[in-house]
Write a protein that binds this ligand. Structure first.
Ligand code: MN
Length: 432
């Protein structure tokens, strides 16, 4: 095992995927004050990280790609970043960063000069920086273009002897966590490189994949949609005698996304439903402490109220939003969506047996479902709609009917559609 000549002790921050000024997905204009504050969350999280770096007097900061979400709308995004870097400059904290797929060289049409404490690794070839006072060698390369499909690791320089070696790399590492597999590589390849710490970016879930040598994804700094739930952080890495002694998460997220299940099994009427939703909102608010909260409620369980819940979805959302607004709390709560995943006490079998118009409709739907001509027609019509959907929706939607349409799952599509139709016919919009 290689031994540094001089043992060195220091602390640094590893962050990545800041996605500054990224839109927050799933915000609606119904609650403009909350939506506006959530839109600023990526900036506030970076401000908090810089506060923390200064307060803890770390020796340097690493940003492993995707500082920006994409090309700036105007210079304000860049101005904001430069100002935060200037604060670190004043505190004599150097910053080393690489660009990732979102802020690759060819994605950005605007740029601003950065203060002298910030070093951006070249997009032309992997390069190294030596920090003599700490005996640290940093290696990295920025993305020249969005879709980097080559393994970049072989091009990284050999470790410097008598130094603590750190590699900054933006990688999908084999498609981890469903992220695009850019700059693919393997864990074995990274641990075999001879570096002491790999500061990785791109995968938004934090993960320490190996220790001694360390291979670490810091995850993104601030969740931006219901797909990025729970606490988000950067890491503070403590090195003692040229060896990683500890890694602490620094929670700088100012808004948290949560999914909460609300069990409807015990609900007898609409008031019970509202109380259960209110309790779920309060519990999530406690978990988020004093942060902003963006919440999705999943109504679950078997209930006689199933049809009414589906028919009253707009009112339920409005009720949940006013309940959230009524909580005395420093930071706002945004109820993003209510997903009704309850099961009816009386299903299609019971409906089919009814002698009235609903029974007849159910029997008609049954026939249609079994008819190949009808199925073919539905498939063709839906296919035409699906082809027009933006790529992002096609790949990311978690709406059950939309998913069924995209995946040409005609059975689910018809069953869900029939369920909704039945619910709307059985109950009016506004249950008492
Ligand atoms: Mn990325």
């Amino acid at each position: 095992m290689r031994r540094p000549a001089l043992l060195s002790s220091f602390r640094f921050i590893h962050t990545a995927d800041i996605h500054l000024d990224s839109p927050m997905h799933g915000l609606s204009d119904d609650v403009p004050e909350v939506a506006e504050r959530l839109r600023l969350a990526t900036r506030e999280a970076l401000t908090l990280l810089v506060d923390t770096a200064i307060e803890r007097a770390v020796d340097f900061m690493l940003i492993a790609g995707d500082v920006y979400d994409g090309d700036w709308r105007d210079y304000q995004t860049g101005v904001f970043f430069v100002r935060q870097m200037q604060r670190l400059d004043t505190a004599a904290i150097p910053v080393y960063l690489i660009h990732g797929n979102h802020d690759a060289q060819n994605q950005m049409t605007r740029s601003l000069s950065l203060p002298a404490n910030v070093h951006v690794f070249s997009a032309d070839e992997a390069e190294s920086r030596h920090l003599p006072e700490l005996d640290v060698a940093l290696h990295g390369i920025s993305y020249a273009e969005r879709a980097v499909t080559d393994d970049l690791v072989p091009a990284y320089p050999a470790p410097q002897t008598a130094a603590f070696n750190i590699g900054l790399l933006h990688t999908g590492l084999g498609g981890l966590g469903g992220h695009e597999n850019y700059a693919p590589c393997t864990l074995d390849e990274l641990t075999a490189k001879g570096y002491d710490y790999w500061a990785l970016g791109h995968v938004h879930g934090a993960a320490v994949l190996a220790e001694h040598p360390h291979v670490v994804f810091s995850g993104n700094l601030q969740g931006r949609s219901i797909r990025e739930t729970g606490a988000k952080s950067a890491y503070e890495v403590v090195v003692e005698d040229s060896r990683v002694a500890a890694i602490h998460p620094l929670y700088c997220d100012v808004a948290r996304w949560y999914r909460a299940e609300v069990d409807m099994a015990g609900a007898d009427d609409f008031n019970d439903v509202l109380s259960a939703m209110r309790r779920a909102i309060e519990t999530a608010a406690d978990e988020a402490a004093d942060r902003m909260l963006a919440l999705r409620l999943h109504l679950v369980g078997t209930t006689a109220l199933h049809d009414r819940l589906i028919a009253a979805s707009e009112r339920l959302l409005a009720e949940a939003r006013t309940a959230a607004a009524g909580l005395a709390r420093g930071a706002p709560i945004y109820v993003e969506k209510i997903r009704c995943a309850t099961a009816p006490e009386h299903d299609a079998t019971t409906r089919r047996a009814r002698a009235d118009a609903l029974g007849e409709l159910q029997r008609l739907l049954d026939e249609a479902t079994a008819d190949d001509d009808v199925r073919g027609m539905i498939q063709r019509q839906i296919q035409r709609l699906v082809e027009r959907l933006p790529h992002e929706i096609r790949t990311q939607t978690d709406d059950r009917m939309l998913r069924a349409a995209i995946e040409s799952d005609t059975d689910t599509l018809i069953a869900e559609g029939a369920d909704y139709l039945m619910a709307r016919l059985t109950f009016d919009e506004d249950p008492a």
